[in-house]
Ligand binder design. Structure first.
Ligand SMILES: Nc1nc2c(ncn2[C@@H]2O[C@H](COP(=O)(O)OP(=O)(O)OP(=O)(O)O)[C@@H](O)[C@H]2O)c(=O)[nH]1
Length: 338
């Protein structure tokens, strides 16, 4: 086997040894750079649910960032102003001009982003190498996506919540910094809410109609969530019959309106055999400085309030604290473990 083949296999081993997106981006880009010599490479990754923003991982600086918040962002519209990217996105094939090649990163209709290579030499041979790494990247992205999902409902699973929340907070902070540097205030208007949603009397549903029927109820409610919340909102199955939604909304009125609209849609849905099912929810405003455990703890307190005040309602943590209906913790990080 030639030294070139060995080098190629080493790169494939590196690339297939990663478990998260950022490592995958960095290792793929370094592998291609190594194999192509001094090519200049940018990887634009689509950030789902965040206005189609892209992080760009670039070899230009020669220091690939470990932190997503340090990466530069470009909007989908900005990228589409470049005719090469626009053609690449609409044809879903590699596009080239005199100095650059752009590959789409997608699989089974999911668009993961683009790889752009400048000053590519010996085109045909080098393009074949990149083609293969693009295919490996898309296969691994698909596997990473699948591992983030709950198998019953298709929503994100609990394991994914912390990572996604962290990514969202970092992105919001980066956006805020970027906007204030440019003297714009859009990011200041951007707020997130975390809602914990729980199906009422679910144990009775299981006990009366069986576990399989209970599963059907979980699937129906997940589908209603996907229909009623916007694509920017992140939906998780948090536990058995508990769900979490991270809502992207400018005001608390909007966040509460969206949650109540979902609550009513469940109440009005006709479930075969059983008829009516209701849900209760607790919601809290996301403080960018708060750890996710604190935020979920606040939403849980508000949910508990909804459960003990008639169910089929939405309670807002900050409102409950303001009116003395739940005690404000002495420290933000107060977590009752047992
Ligand atoms: N069918 C089904 N049931 C589940 C699943 N995961 C957890 N459960 C059940 O969900 C039920 C939750 O019951 P409880 O926590 O007592 O709550 P509840 O009956 O909904 O009562 P309230 O929340 O107070 O309205 C338990 O019976 C669990 O066994 C699942 O994946 N499928």
């Amino acid at each position: 086997m030639s030294a070139d083949s060995n080098q190629l296999i080493d790169k494939v081993v590196d690339v297939t040894n990663v478990k998260d997106r950022l490592s995958l981006d960095q290792i793929v880009i370094l592998a291609i750079k190594n194999l192509l010599g001094d090519a200049n490479i940018n990887l634009y990754r689509a950030i789902p649910h965040v206005d189609s923003f892209y992080y760009v991982v670039s070899t230009q600086s020669n220091t690939l960032s470990k932190y997503e918040s340090e990466l530069v962002t470009k909007s989908f519209a900005q990228l589409q102003q470049d005719p090469l990217f626009a053609r690449c996105y609409s044809n879903q094939h590699m596009q080239a001009d005199e100095s650059r090649c752009v590959w789409p990163l997608s699989k089974l209709g999911i668009h993961y982003g683009f790889i752009e290579i400048n000053n590519i030499q010996q085109r045909t041979e080098q393009q074949a190498v990149v083609d293969n790494f693009v295919a490996i990247y898309c296969n691994l992205s698909y596997l990473i996506n699948e591992a983030e999902k709950d198998t019953l409902t298709g929503l994100y699973n609990r394991k994914t919540l912390d990572g996604r929340l962290e990514q969202l907070l970092q992105h919001a902070q980066a956006l805020k910094k970027h906007s204030s540097q440019q003297g714009r205030s859009d990011a200041e208007k951007r707020h997130y809410w975390i809602a914990l949603i729980d199906i009422d009397h679910f144990k009775t549903i299981n006990d009366t109609y069986g576990h399989a029927y209970g599963d059907e109820v979980l699937i129906t409610i997940s589908k209603l969530m996907q229909k009623k919340f916007r694509k920017e909102d992140l939906l998780f199955r948090y536990g058995g019959e508990e769900f979490i939604v991270i809502i992207d909304a400018t005001t608390e009125d909007t966040a509460l309106m969206v949650l109540n609209r979902f609550r009513q849609s469940v109440e009005q849905h006709h479930f075969s055999t059983i008829g009516r099912v209701t849900i209760s929810a607790g919601v809290t405003k996301v403080d960018l400085m708060c750890p996710s455990t604190t935020l979920v703890g606040q939403a849980d307190k508000a949910l508990y309030f909804s459960k003990s005040h008639g169910r089929n309602c939405v309670s807002y943590y900050q409102d409950l604290v303001q009116h003395g209906k739940v005690a404000e913790p002495k420290f933000d990080n107060d977590i009752e473990l047992f």
